[in-house]
Design a protein around this ligand. Structure first.
Ligand SMILES: [Fe+2]
Ligand SMILES: [Fe+2]
Length: 243
């Protein structure tokens, strides 16, 4: 399905429930009534072309066009990424942790296994938080400053200490979804499911969904954000050497 602005928002979500996550990241509340995608976007000051591009890309990879992403303002992309960060940190990660803790109440899983699982996941949370913090405290503000500098050459410069560092950061940008793959493998391969198999399946399903979501997120950073930043850095470098 190719999502268009004249479709009803409720039909779009009925067709692909995963798009609820995209809608949340645009800060659009539910309660769409009979409104079209365009009407809902207009009502919440969301650019409908940007919304459609993200929704279509994540709904069906066939519509994915990284070059087209680069035509939208970089601030919109960063805002979208930051809203996704909030969702992971405030809800998705604590929910998975809570589900693992719940297994302690299950009698037929060895306590030691639960502890191992919890330790593994808590280590992951630390790694995850550090990743997000680095992006929000250093990378994103740097990109915003860089963008100002390219678009308004009279604005304040950037510190020499953090100049042109995106290449290095990009090389170090680790894949935070990979550890989730390992966690899922441990659950599937080694841990016997508890009495309530439903809870166990639910946990695996939630980890799988988060892993997929993080993969889309990382791809947006890798294929859109960083190449855009590299282009801006190159412009500034050449301006500087031409002076
Ligand atoms: Fe991120
Ligand atoms: Fe990232």
């Amino acid at each position: 399905m190719h999502i268009t602005g004249d479709m009803k928002m409720v039909d779009v979500v009925q067709h692909d429930i995963q798009l609820l996550a995209v809608i949340q990241r645009f800060e659009i509340p539910l309660g769409f009534r009979e409104k079209t995608v365009k009407e809902v976007c207009d009502g919440h000051e969301v650019n409908v072309d940007f919304f459609l591009h993200i929704a279509n890309s994540f709904h069906d990879k066939e519509f994915l066009d990284w070059q087209k992403f680069k035509t939208f303002p970089i601030e919109w992309i960063i805002r979208y990424l930051k809203n996704a960060h909030r969702c992971y940190i405030d809800y998705r990660i604590p929910e998975i942790e809570r589900q693992i803790q719940n297994f302690e109440k299950q009698v037929d899983i060895n306590e030691k296994n639960i502890d191992l699982l919890l330790n593994f996941f808590r280590k992951y949370i630390t790694e995850f938080n550090a990743h997000i913090e680095q992006e929000e405290k250093n990378v994103f503000p740097y990109i915003i400053r860089l963008n100002q500098l390219v678009n308004e050459p009279t604005s304040e410069g950037i510190d020499t200490s953090d100049e042109f560092f995106i290449k290095q950061y990009h090389e170090e940008h680790n894949n935070i979804e990979e550890t989730l793959f390992d966690l899922k493998s441990i659950l599937l391969k080694y841990l016997p499911p508890p009495v309530n198999n439903c809870l166990y399946n639910n946990l695996i399903y939630d980890i799988f969904r988060l892993e997929r979501d993080l993969l889309d997120h990382a791809e947006l950073e890798e294929n859109v954000l960083y190449p855009l930043v590299k282009e801006m850095e190159d412009i500034l470098m050449s301006n500087r050497s031409n002076k």
